[in-house]
Design a protein. Structure first.
Length: 279
């Protein structure tokens, strides 16, 4: 990987594996969208940026070297060798096919708080509807960064709202869960960042104590928000995939089951016929 400052921003070249469409639209995040020029537009850590796909990498428009090192290097998991991971994963035929189908997927390192709330919203929901609810949540309670663009709302802001406020923007029964989660984080009875280094089972059990958080949401928060690459969230799609794999993830994924899962999840959603009748 090479980076250079241009008049437009930071250009990242020689990236072995990064497709913005495959990474930002594969079901792991919910705030990115494309503009009329094909740029991907989103907010990370309160910073709004447009990112353009290039033949040999990406350009983060408006960014500088400091911002890249403080936000984007970690967010896109650039320090990890995805080519080596995919080579290992391909020891299994199905995972190899999933990697070949979407070789540009990377697992993002999202902000823990945002991942926590967005995956609470995600339960029993489809991706289009999740994106709509998250967008309305940001508009209603987030700080405006620039005209029409809002940061993800803070725990303090959401903790001050009654459940009815979340129900009004379409959260349904999840309104109660959002309210409870926000209060725990704001009151510091739950410190998400501490779970990044806590023993994995302890971190998972702590998340499961939050009202409305089940195993799938807990594993999504661990993987996408807390960087626990060994966790493999199991929704309906992944339960079918794991059944097709013989009941468990194969040894070739070792401690990176969560990353392998992302390739498999995207593959299963695009080729559902391969998993018909598998429960």
């Amino acid at each position: 990987m090479r980076t250079e400052k241009t008049r437009e921003g930071i250009r990242v070249r020689d990236i072995s594996s990064l497709s913005l469409p495959q990474t930002l639209d594969c079901g792991q995040c919910f705030r990115w969208k494309t503009d009329s020029e094909g740029n991907w537009c989103g907010v990370v850590k309160g910073v709004y940026r447009k990112i353009r796909q290039e033949e040999d990498g990406i350009t983060i428009l408006g960014a500088d070297e400091t911002e890249f090192s403080e936000i984007w290097l970690d967010y896109f998991d650039f320090s990890r060798d995805y080519d080596a991971l995919k080579k290992d994963f391909s020891a299994n035929e199905m995972i190899g096919a999933a990697c070949e189908f979407a070789p540009g997927i990377r697992v993002l390192h999202q902000e823990p708080w945002e991942a926590f709330i967005t995956f609470i919203i995600s339960q029993n929901n489809n991706i289009a509807r999740i994106k709509g609810i998250v967008e309305r949540l940001c508009i209603a309670f987030g700080e405006e960064i620039e005209e029409g663009v809002y940061a993800f709302p803070t725990a303090e802001r959401l903790a001050a709202e009654p459940c009815e406020s979340f129900a009004k923007i379409g959260c349904g029964y999840r309104a109660e869960y959002i309210s409870s989660a926000a209060k725990e984080v704001y009151n510091k009875s739950l410190v998400l960042e501490e779970l990044m280094t806590a023993p994995l089972n302890e971190a998972r059990e702590r998340l499961l104590k939050v009202h409305g958080v089940g195993p799938k949401v807990a594993d999504c928060v661990l993987l996408y928000g807390l960087g626990r690459a060994e966790r493999c969230p199991a929704d309906v799609w992944m339960k079918r995939v794991i059944a097709a794999l013989g009941g468990e993830m194969p040894p070739c994924v070792t401690e990176y089951a969560g990353i392998a899962q992302q390739f498999l999840f995207h593959y299963a959603r695009n080729f559902p016929e391969k998993f018909v009748g598998i429960k």
